[in-house]
Write a protein that binds this ligand. Structure first.
Ligand code: NAP
Length: 270
């Protein structure tokens, strides 16, 4: 299987490094001629779209750069999908669970739950939802991840992020260990699955639980300060939510529970 990964960013490079038969491209996914050209040149069996506008230093950027965000998160994925259909190339796309808030009355949000479009936490979330909703009408695999993390120190890694914040909120969330994301996505691709899949580690974990584990396993001198989520003042709202992993498990793809997975990641992170 020959993989071509679009989006030379954080997650795109994780996929590239994990697959021996993968190449990564910076080709603009919104430029149909450029996309057609690279597909013709590389002749991949599978395209994984890891391109998107996530904002720097964070999604607050997207509130002030709506055109660029819409272009890369909505227009681009459809142009890429069109070019993949023309060449009969299987396409996988990275979605996000940040389109929900809360735990859906203790059930977690399933792939069938349509979020409330009027209470999207941010413009970034809105673009991820709009593209997901429309891409779902086509034979494309969409994997939804949340708060990606692994053992490599990086300002994009959720562990590095929360251990560097001066003050941290304390909310339960679904989270995705990147190695598990890669395993699950590969299995779904091999099964030629299309549609939306929540790809998070089962269960949920709070910020405090992670910080306590960090203190125990990485740095005993580590100190942190918690704040109420309501007092967090950011330009864009933040999603805190729990996703159901039942659909993924029904495919026979069982990832390690999040507390167990977090402990393993933190041991290597140290
Ligand atoms: N990281 C997360 O917390 C998270 C969580 C859930 C879902 N996701 C999704 O996962 C995907 C990858 O995220 P990431 O964390 O790897 O983000 P990232 O590090 O910002 O990488 C995205 C890459 O896409 C590139 N890009 C932007 N617009 C493009 C375009 N029109 N054509 C081609 N490349 C373009 C960016 O280039 P520039 O650097 O030049 O902008 C960047 O290299 C995104 O769709 C994101 O929404 C991420």
């Amino acid at each position: 299987m020959k993989y071509l990964i679009f989006g030379n960013g954080y997650i795109g490079n994780k996929f590239k490094n994990a697959f021996s038969d993968a190449e990564i491209t910076e080709t603009d996914i919104g430029n149909i001629d450029a996309v057609r050209l690279i597909l013709e040149e590389k002749k991949p069996d599978i395209v994984i779209n890891c391109a998107g506008r996530t904002g720097r230093p964070n999604i607050d950027w997207c509130e002030d750069h709506k055109e660029e965000t819409l272009y890369s998160n909505v227009t681009g994925p459809f142009i890429l999908a069109k070019a993949c259909f023309e060449k009969s190339v299987f396409m996988a796309h990275l979605g996000s669970g940040c389109i929900y808030q809360g735990d859906n009355n203790g059930n977690g949000f399933s792939e069938e739950d349509v979020p409330d479009i009027n209470s999207m936490p941010s413009f970034y979330s809105l673009t991820k939802f709009v593209s997901e909703y429309m891409l779902d009408k086509f034979p494309i695999l969409q994997v939804r991840l949340r708060m990606p993390l692994d053992s490599e120190k990086s300002n994009r890694n959720f562990i590095t992020k929360i251990t560097n914040y001066e003050k941290v909120i304390n909310e339960p969330n679904s989270m995705t260990v990147i190695d598990d994301l890669i395993i699950a996505t590969k299995k779904l691709i091999e099964k030629k699955k299309t549609g939306i899949y929540n790809v998070t580690n089962p269960g949920s974990i709070t910020h405090k639980e992670i910080l306590d584990m960090y203190k125990e396993l990485v740095d005993p001198d580590f100190k942190y300060q918690l704040i109420d989520a309501k007092s967090l003042k950011t330009k864009a709202g933040r999603s805190n939510c729990i996703l159901s992993t039942k659909k993924l498990e029904d495919e026979g793809i069982k990832l390690p529970e999040i507390h167990e997975a977090m402990r393993e990641v933190l041991k290597h992170y140290k």
